[in-house]
Design a binder for this molecule. Structure first.
Ligand code: ZN
Ligand code: ZN
Length: 579
């Protein structure tokens, strides 16, 4: 903090010399806040070097923060000091872009304090001590030479014994689920040290002694990691903490992570209501389609059974395992054309999306995902990673392909690519805010992708075919049930059987998918609510604007203006757009 003050004063003085009084005050506040942000980000990276590396800022790659009491205190001090500096700004004198930045900074400081003082997952979730990803990111970063990267790693790796010593001291009464996850993942992380880094050392032009020294450091590091895994395996934990975090924590975490105008329980109620409506609409579509697909066959007597049979039938229409990626590649330009023809929003042709096979280090994570260039690498490519089915048995591949059948595959491409995540990303990169690139709101990002699925269908994508709508509803039900599951497991003591009933019988998921979702919901909290919450907020905003503007409402304008705010929480965008 001491370093910042003189620079800020100087800027304020310079700014004060020209322009009339009121205007100059506003301008000063803007200038002062811009300078504040710059210094805040610099200080943030110095304080949280691991976070810096993960967004592609490499100045602190060689630093490994030891998770001990002193470090926690320093982090608390950091957040208090910056909360204090932030409170000195006159919010009403800031532009909307800076206002939302202000809120994002305020929120990250408040969150960090809450996590460090109340939530304390560093004591009950040992999987936070997995260093595999951090080292692998540094090793694979494209901005430094191999030798520079290895020198950073050499400095960082020697702190690993102290790191795991502090980690063991922190662990107290962890949950059974997070302990099992930690044992799995941290064991898996060893390959980064005994394979990836060693291979890179051999390929490098480091001297023989440097190489030997690094190999020795790797060995020591692996010893510490193995000892930590053994410590977890042998932990006497007769009364483990339950994974569900309860209403008080869940509500607070929802408030901090999602930053919504709604509370957790309001969103939960909305999700229950939406599930009911979706079942009604899906049943109506299924009865309409029944004679076409089942001829004389009698319909099952119950709503859910009828929908399930219709969905299973439609899921048989799918691509072959060899054409999964090419089919996705083929659909991207078709989606672009549709968006253009219907005048839904502008798509910048200078930033093409590269479809690629999922790289090895991502394998087994998801069917498809978007990899975007970080805020410090704006010219990097945006990739659409498509999972390979190569390791699947014939039965597994068939089940997967039915899940991502011809209908769902199109919706997936809308969500991930156009006009979903990829399009949002292009707009957000144009919004001039490093803060939003770093602290971007997850519910806004996911909410936008979920919103575009419905918006495309509303505008005639899929020719309004009842099949397309039915399958869309099934997909949408997933976001809705993610929220119900998350809330119910953490607050309502939902049992495993009840969770399976929700996901399999009421959301028509395959057993494997349902089990995976249950696991994810027991290991995380709140994140699964982000999809439906963001969607609900965006949709509500659009309808409110339609009401307000009547004939003057233009969908394209709404989309472009909305995305122009960058990845800010929807509640602040709503405030600005409804004003
Ligand atoms: Zn098949
Ligand atoms: Zn998404």
């Amino acid at each position: 903090m001491r370093k910042i003050t003189p620079i800020l004063c100087l800027i304020v003085l310079v700014g004060a010399c020209n322009s009339p009084k009121n205007e100059s005050r506003t301008q000063n506040e803007e200038v002062r806040f811009e300078a504040f942000k710059e210094h805040f980000i610099e200080a943030l990276w110095a304080k949280y070097p691991g976070w810096a590396s993960s967004v592609g800022f490499h100045k602190y790659d060689s630093v490994l923060t030891i998770p001990n009491e002193a470090e926690r205190d320093a982090s608390i001090q950091f957040c208090r000091a910056y909360t204090d500096s932030l409170s000195k700004f006159n919010l009403s004198a800031l532009t909307i872009n800076n206002k939302t930045d202000y809120y994002l900074i305020k929120n990250v400081l408040e969150s960090t304090l809450w996590y460090a003082q109340v939530f304390r997952s560093d004591t009950w979730d040992p999987s936070v001590y997995n260093l595999g990803g951090a080292f692998s990111e540094i090793l694979n970063s494209s901005q430094l030479t191999l030798e520079e990267r290895l020198k950073n790693i050499a400095l960082k790796i020697q702190k690993i014994p102290a790191y795991y010593e502090a980690a063991s001291k922190n662990i107290n009464n962890p949950t059974r689920e997070h302990t099992a996850l930690a044992i799995d993942q941290i064991t898996g992380s060893i390959s980064v040290f005994d394979t990836d880094i060693l291979k890179a050392i051999k390929q490098s032009s480091l001297s023989a002694t440097e190489k030997e020294d690094m190999e020795q450091k790797c060995k020591t590091a692996i010893g510490s990691i193995t000892a930590f895994v053994d410590f977890l395996k042998n932990l006497k934990n007769e009364h483990p903490r339950p994974f569900s975090i309860g209403k008080e924590w869940f509500s607070k975490k929802f408030e901090l992570d999602i930053q919504s105008q709604y509370s957790a329980s309001e969103i939960y109620e909305k999700a229950l209501q939406r599930k009911k409506e979706l079942h009604q609409e899906m049943y109506a579509l299924s009865t309409q389609l029944w004679p076409l697909y089942f001829k004389q066959e009698k319909m099952p007597g119950d709503t859910l059974g009828t929908i399930r049979k219709m969905i299973d039938k439609l899921s048989l229409q799918h691509v072959s395992r060899d054409s999964f990626q090419t089919e996705i590649e083929k659909q991207i330009p078709e989606l672009v054309t549709f968006v253009k023809n219907k005048d839904l929003l502008y798509i910048d042709p200078s930033k093409p999306l590269v479809v690629r096979k999922e790289p090895a280090y991502m394998q087994g994570v998801a069917g498809a995902s978007i990899s975007s260039p970080g805020p410090y690498d704006k010219n990097g490519n945006t990739y659409y990673n498509v999972g390979s089915l190569a390791s699947y048995s014939a039965a597994e591949a068939e089940s997967y392909l039915r899940e991502y059948n011809n209908y769902i595959l199109q919706i997936l491409n809308i969500h991930e690519a156009i006009p979903g995540h990829y399009t949002q990303l292009v707009y957000s990169n144009k919004a001039p805010s490093l803060i939003k690139a770093i602290l971007g709101n997850g519910a806004m990002i996911e909410g936008w992708a979920v919103y575009t699925e419905k918006m495309m269908l509303e505008n005639g994508y899929g020719n309004n075919a009842p099949e397309m709508w039915l399958m869309y509803y099934k997909w949408h039900l997933r976001s809705v049930c993610n929220t119900i599951l998350d809330y119910s497991l953490h607050i309502n003591n939902m049992s495993y059987q009840e969770a399976m009933h929700l996901l399999i019988d009421e959301a028509f998921q395959q057993e494997a998918e349902a089990k995976g979702k249950y696991k994810r919901a027991s290991l995380t909290q709140v994140q699964l609510c982000s999809y439906f919450t963001g969607f609900t907020e965006i949709y509500t905003l659009r309808e409110a604007l339609k009401n307000k503007e009547g004939d003057k409402f233009e969908l394209k304008k709404f989309h472009e203006k909305f995305l122009g705010f960058g990845s800010a929480p929807v509640k602040y965008i709503s405030e600005a757009m409804l004003k």
